[in-house]
Design a protein around this ligand. Structure first.
Ligand code: UT7
Length: 328
């Protein structure tokens, strides 16, 4: 079977207006700007308004991506939203978005792979296009993490922010577009990063809410060790599958969780900071939205040019990881 080459035709992003600074967090929990910046690299993050849900953020990012791709919502065959903060349990956020956009002919589903969700989404959607099932797909990473964060827990509340990034995928010319995907999971580490409440194991109740089971729990230093190991492994494996080497990389777009994690990946890949997109100082960790927002900003600012070799790499709850090599 002849596979169609698949590429990113347009990118878009949206972050809410409200900025939450490290200084403000100092008045909320026992922390300080110096600790947050030196341990994470984060200076501020965006927080959705009380009446904004994930599909609202995704909608604005999607419109920008569609405009940049030069297609309309009615052209879309598929919408995939990667999120751990859906508007509600069901219907899926992608279905809510489908009707907001007026993408009448598009199939729609959500992906739950935490911070790796956007790369899982790209792999899924690009296969539909490569095999000729669909022509155009919208892939989005969108999160309102502020809605599931305990602002009394200094271990987590300093890290997370809200935002949405979107890409339109479609056919491209031979030799361009996605060259490889590397996806993985290790469910044995699931306990390290989770929200226990509100599912079928611990349905929402007064007890689950009093026990704060509706908030993110994270064993930070364990996740840190996993991240340092897996970022380099996943990126190297994606490069190997694409028939490329570290020297070929023009820009690395990593999951924006912690500058120390990103620096360890850069060391492993022999890359200098100028070959890496970083924006977590402004936005913190936006889970599935981190990579597509960073990608959209890299495109907007001209850091990605036609012909560049781009490597996306991320890790997150599950535990999961993903990487992809793109000839832009
Ligand atoms: O997106 C995917 C998932 N998440 C991640 O990628 C997060 C991965 N983990 C991390 O980025 C880091 O583990 C953190 C930034 C979360 C924590 O940094 P760390 O260097 O691993 O710190 P730690 O958890 O080992 O804590 C060191 C100390 C502790 O105090 P003691 O026990 O040594 O007295 C913490 O209580 O820092 C304390 N601490 C804080 N101090 C000030 C923890 N959080 C804070 C805080 N402000 N916000």
């Amino acid at each position: 079977m002849q596979l169609t080459p698949v590429g990113i035709l347009g990118t878009g992003k949206y972050v809410p207006e409200r900025v939450l600074t490290n200084q403000e967090l100092e008045s909320m929990v026992e922390t300080n700007d110096e600790w947050i910046v030196s341990r994470t690299g984060i200076r501020e993050r965006r927080i959705a308004a009380p009446d904004q849900a994930t599909s609202d953020l995704a909608y604005i990012a999607a419109q920008e991506a569609l405009k940049n791709a030069g297609i309309g919502p009615e052209d879309l065959d598929l919408i995939v939203v990667a999120t751990i903060t859906p508007d509600m349990s069901f219907p899926s956020t992608s279905c809510i978005l489908q009707t907001k956009l007026g993408a009448k002919k598009a199939a729609a589903f959500d992906i739950s792979a935490a911070c790796s969700g956007f790369i899982y989404g790209l792999a899924n959607a690009s296969n539909f296009i490569a095999t000729g099932t669909y022509k155009y797909a919208l892939v989005i990473g969108a999160e309102c993490l502020s809605k599931i964060t305990d602002y009394e827990d200094r271990n987590t509340c300093i890290l997370f922010g809200d935002g949405a990034g979107a890409v339109v995928l479609g056919p491209t010319t031979e030799g361009r577009g996605f060259q490889s995907f590397e996806l993985g999971a290790d469910g044995s580490g699931g306990e390290l990063l989770k929200i226990e409440g509100g599912g079928s194991r611990f349905p929402s109740s007064i007890e689950t809410v009093n026990g704060k089971k509706h908030y993110i729990y994270m064993a930070g230093s364990e996740v840190f060790k996993f991240a340092v190991r897996i970022m380099g492994n996943a990126a190297e494996e994606a490069l190997r599958k694409a028939g490329k080497t570290k020297e070929d990389i023009d820009l690395l777009v990593p999951h924006q969780a912690n500058t120390r994690i990103i620096h360890s990946a850069l060391n492993r890949l022999n890359l200098t900071e100028d070959k890496c997109m970083m924006n977590l100082d402004k936005y913190g960790n936006m889970s599935a939205a981190s990579i597509p927002v960073a990608l959209a900003e890299a495109v907007e600012s001209g850091r990605i040019q036609e012909g560049n070799c781009i490597v996306l790499v991320g890790f997150g709850g599950g535990l999961t990881w993903g990487a992809s090599v793109i000839n832009w």
